[in-house]
Design a protein around this ligand. Sequence first.
Ligand code: ATP
Ligand code: MG
Length: 230
Amino acid sequence: MRSTKPEGLGDQSVQLMSRMKERRLRRGVLFAIEGIDGAGKTTQSRMLRLHLTQNDYEAVVFHEPTDSEWGRKIRDLAENGRTVRPDVELDYFVRDREYDVEHNILPALERGLVVVMDRYYLSNVAYQGALGINLDSIFKMNQFAPEPDLILVLDVSPKIGLARVKRRENGRPNHFEDLEYLNKVRKIFKGLEERLPNVQIIDAAAPQTRVFEELWNICIDYLRRKMGYR
Ligand SMILES: Nc1ncnc2c1ncn2[C@@H]1O[C@H](COP(=O)(O)OP(=O)(O)OP(=O)(O)O)[C@@H](O)[C@H]1O
Ligand SMILES: [Mg+2]
């Protein structure tokens, strides 16, 4: 007999998905900030939260991977080498995200906050997709995770991104950081624009304040246009 469970989803994912469906009207707003290593995601997420707060929007930033057991495993891979198969690595990310959705993202959205994601499942689409995993299957595995209202891709060349990371970390690159690989990752990120309706590509090679100006205009425009919000 065929199972009615969507392929590739664990029990927890199915429960989360039905919880999403129960709440037909989501109160909060979800922005995902994406891009390759050193694109400026953490910098811009923090600036965005600060400006949102100053404009009377209650906002929170969540960073992936989280500090869950699975997030720690992922960090260990980044530090010490990608010693597991790409599909196993992806499984760690999805489990970590299940934790994030359940404990952080859904509760914040239910409270009506603006949730800013410093990396989200589009990072899996790009990074694990660049290792050869089918993009559709990565999207499918993440169906339990609330869809972002806006996906903001900070676009920068791997050369610039890696130079920034090296400066930040005193020259110590991690195992996700390699020019050729990041070029593939960047390509997938840029390709999201054709695939999804709510993607904005932002030139992140510009100075921080210029990048933020563009990002801010997109986000505040969205919030102001969203009827009934606030
Ligand atoms: N537009 C910019 N121009 C120059 N330097 C920048 C810019 N944005 C961020 N930086 C600097 O580059 C470094 C990397 O930025 P940040 O940590 O925000 O990137 P990230 O995308 O979060 O990286 P990671 O993927 O490693 O988490 C930091 O030292 C930051 O101060
Ligand atoms: Mg960061």
